[in-house]
Design a protein around this ligand. Structure first.
Ligand SMILES: [Zn+2]
Ligand SMILES: [Zn+2]
Length: 361
């Protein structure tokens, strides 16, 4: 691909949950490698500066997910305005200065304005992710005045390889399953890569799926004192270069979904064959599209449930679902079950998690 004349776009989504950053900064024995928000920010800024320094054409946007709200912290497209408020320092490169001061100032202002009771609220990570996608959509859509396609297939003014890096410290929020899946489909449509670095807390099921389904990398940070090294080695090169660099990828992807009825992450799910809604138990009527299912199927699925539960207990991290037509495995499109197949097995790509879907009706 000839994209020598183009830079690459990076949107960074920061999970700024005060509660989880406080937990992350605690010393041993709670954390082997404590990481404070201040250290994180200094390493992050070095990474953002490296991205800008790689190419003059590179563009950058930074989004912050705070408890209950998400805001855009920085965007290189309106950086000129922000530069007016920064002090001029002869010994520093102005674009670095603008990013550093804008990002840090906005984060501090937002965190200071939080009331104590607000700090416990879950962070609006999905909101920030969706804003990042809207931004990517805006910069990748050609404007009507220059909509001619160049000989290399790109529209002028359009950056190839847009990517979003999510730096997360919070565990999965099961109520955000549907919005995250929708965000993943939007990213796939925009051909945007989602990279995820889980800095603190357990592995997140949904973000693993986001990275897997958009061709990005998911990294669970074990040595948190080496954050900057992880960021630069894994997330600085654009996706087109990564194939030659052998960037770490996931060996296993947790493909479990959350049921639409209780928003719980489930091992065995039952899928409406009409609207593909996922439920944790066989239902006579789909609560989403009101389709009625035959009693016979429900009886058979209910009778099979104890068997499925024991069969699944040996593989706790994998999800199993199936159709009335016979067990089928989903071909890796987690959360968006593929169109119902009439039976037969499909191997599940490069993951160990075979996923079955029970279709009602
Ligand atoms: Zn449920
Ligand atoms: Zn339905």
């Amino acid at each position: 691909m000839d994209d020598d004349s183009k830079g690459s776009h990076l949107s960074v989504v920061l999970d700024l949950s005060p509660t989880h950053w406080e937990l992350s900064s605690r010393d041993a024995p709670e954390n082997t490698y404590p990481l404070t928000l201040a250290t994180f920010l200094s390493q992050l800024l070095a990474f953002l500066n490296s991205h800008i320094a790689c190419r003059h054409e590179n563009t950058l946007a930074v989004f912050g997910a705070f408890p209950g709200k998400s805001i855009m912290l920085y965007s290189s497209s309106n950086a000129v305005l922000d530069s007016l408020s920064t002090d001029v320092n002869a010994n520093s490169y102005p674009p670095f200065n603008i990013v550093d001061s804008t990002v840090v100032q906005r984060i501090m202002t937002e965190l200071d304005s939080l009331e104590e009771h607000q700090e416990e609220a879950p962070t609006a990570l999905v909101g920030a992710l969706v804003k990042a996608l809207c931004y990517v959509n805006r910069i990748t859509l050609p404007t009507s005045s220059n909509s001619k396609t160049q000989s290399n297939g790109f529209h002028p003014g359009v950056l190839p390889d847009p990517r979003i890096l999510i730096l997360s410290v919070s565990p999965d929020l099961s109520t955000s399953y549907i919005p995250i899946m929708n965000a993943i489909f939007s990213a796939q449509k925009l051909k945007a890569t989602i990279d995820v670095c889980q800095i603190y807390g357990p592995n997140t099921v949904f973000l693993q799926q986001a990275a897997h389904l958009t061709g990005g990398s998911y990294i669970f940070l074990e040595r948190r004192d080496a954050l900057l090294q992880y960021l630069i080695m894994s997330f600085l090169p654009p996706p087109s270069i990564r194939k030659t660099l052998s960037v770490p990828t996931q060996e296993q992807v947790d493909f479990r979904a959350a049921c639409f009825c209780h928003k719980k992450i489930i091992d065995i799910g039952f899928v409406c064959s009409v609207c593909l809604s996922i439920f944790c138990q066989p239902l006579p009527v789909c609560t989403t599209c009101r389709t009625k299912f035959p009693m016979k199927t429900l009886q058979r699925l209910n009778a099979a449930r104890p068997l499925l539960a024991t069969g699944n207990s040996t593989r706790p991290s994998q999800s199993r679902m199936s159709t009335a037509g016979g067990p089928v495995t989903n071909n890796g499109v987690g959360g968006a079950p593929a169109a119902p197949h009439g039976g037969g097995q499909i191997a599940n790509g490069n993951t160990n998690g075979a996923r079955c879907v029970f279709h009602l009706g």
